[in-house]
Design a protein around this ligand. Sequence first.
Ligand SMILES: [Zn+2]
Length: 250
Amino acid sequence: MPTAPDRLCIICNRRKPAPQFERKGEHIVPRFLGNRRLRTPFVCRACNGALGGTVDLALKSAPGVAAACFNRGVGRGGGDRSSGQPVRLSSIFGEYYGDGGGRDRSDDPLKNPAVKGAVLKIAYESAHLRLGDAYLADPAAVAAREMLSALINKDKERACGLIDAVELYAIDISAFHAAMRAPRSDFVKRAIAGKSCLNSIWIVPLKPRPAGGSGPLAVVTDIEGLPPSYILIGESPYGINAAELIFPKL
Ligand SMILES: [Zn+2]
């Protein structure tokens, strides 16, 4: 009887037989944030369990996220204040790119190591799902994988050192949506219609560049309970020339 081909786990970086993976895949954005369909088949059961007990648990405990979970079903309020004017991505990111915005508030969730680890996990898995195995060799992907492995192996000192080196950049999400020429409510409606997720995740080139040219890529996350933010995920082109929404493709 032929055996099923082995599958690569992108967290422990080992090939394992298919039965050692969750049948329906691992939730990229945790279920407690409303995600049903955005999953990856490339995380083994052992790593999935370990991530659930570390980064996912830490995210669930973060103050803003805990409140959002408690208030599920209630809108975030505030609405979209975008002017409807197209905004160049460079003008949105330029202010933050390079120095992280300079703020250093201890109550800033984006400085919280647990939140950073959780968002990095979401960015790493969604980037791999969209960009394929070529992404795994990218220095940003290697760093993310090492950090997640250290967390899973309970090597806290190493994990904290690696997480410290990660910067989460705050983003003006209404300006971002204006640049994408659609308000947040449109994305949320599509997500709900697709039963995928109440949260937005995008992969975007950070700066305009010539066709085929390379430049930094980022995952933009608009996760309930957290400030909208982005994380750098790579430096190579991967054939991405325009912003692309991930979840409707699944
Ligand atoms: Zn694994």
